[in-house]
Ligand binder design. Structure first.
Ligand code: ADP
Ligand code: MG
Length: 256
């Protein structure tokens, strides 16, 4: 496990918490990730941009061991995913994931949704799990919703529950795959605000999003994917104000 003291150092002096080397993945004949190399520092916030179908979801799902890969190496908090499938459970404990669709269990209360995995996977007592769940609901700003069911909440509230649920497992890394894409515009901000606070708390985050203001404001680094390859990466200033590659310029011209 990486040292918490690591977080007090400037970003460039910190240890890597994620190391991806020469990652290649195919779906049948379709080569979806091509020689991807990414290192992420502890506490770093990385935003992943790219056109639809460029491999963004596949990339972060592979880091969370939701997808297999055929070539290369992935090391998450010193756990090597490449060699041994028995590491999958360990990796899943390290990483929390938030999806576009909130994927809450509809027949369970908000509190049950959040305490389920800590009780079953972490073997916490119910009292402890509920205490932590309530603290997390405070943190995402909806403690009063604890005893309701997902269907009674707005989309923005449900996504905040999904974030709280992921945090309940005390992950060291949070992965977000277009967390605001399914939300009505007026609810996007409340979810992004929770993510911003989380980023400021020192959480390592990989975020696939089309929210360019969020990317500019919160990202330490932006990575642009196209056709399964990393085309360009850099700070928000480098990428938005001074893009080097034609494909980056083209992508930015289409979304900004
Ligand atoms: P993005 O998230 O950037 O939109 P994805 O990672 O979802 O892209 O997809 C990358 C490519 O892989 C696309 O061509 C997509 O159609 C294909 N793909 C994604 N999931 C599967 C799958 N389960 N089986 C086959 N092809 C897939
Ligand atoms: Mg996707």
């Amino acid at each position: 496990m990486l040292d918490e003291k690591n977080l007090q150092k400037p970003l460039e002096e910190r240890e890597d918490i994620i190391v991806v080397k020469d990652l290649n993945k195919w779906y049948g004949k379709l080569h979806v990730l091509k020689d991807v190399d990414v290192n992420v520092k502890q506490g770093e916030v990385v935003v992943i941009l790219g056109p639809s179908g460029s491999g963004k979801s596949t990339f972060i799902r592979t880091i969370n061991a939701l997808e297999e890969f055929q070539k290369g190496e992935i090391i998450v908090d010193e756990i090597n995913l490449s060699h041994d499938v028995s590491n999958i459970d360990a990796i899943r404990k390290e990483t929390g994931m938030v999806f576009q669709q909130f994927n809450l269990f509809p027949h369970m209360t908000i509190l049950k949704n959040i305490t389920l995995a800590p009780i079953w996977v972490r073997k916490w007592k119910r009292e402890k799990a509920e205490k932590v769940a309530m603290e997390l609901l405070e943190r995402v700003g909806i403690p009063e919703q604890a005893h309701k069911y997902p269907g009674q909440l707005s989309g923005g509230q449900q996504q905040r529950v999904a974030i709280a649920r992921a945090l309940a497992m005390q992950p060291r890394i949070m992965l977000f795959d277009e967390p605001t894409s399914a939300l009505d515009p007026e609810m996007i901000k409340e979810v992004l605000d929770v993510m911003k606070t989380l980023a400021k708390s020192g959480m390592t985050m990989l975020v696939v999003t089309h929210e360019m203001n969020f990317a500019r404001e919160v990202a330490d680094r932006i990575i642009l994917f196209d056709e399964g390859e990393i085309i360009e990466q850099g700070t928000p200033e480098e990428l938005f104000d001074n893009p080097k590659h034609e494909r980056t310029k083209l992508f930015l011209s289409q979304i900004l």
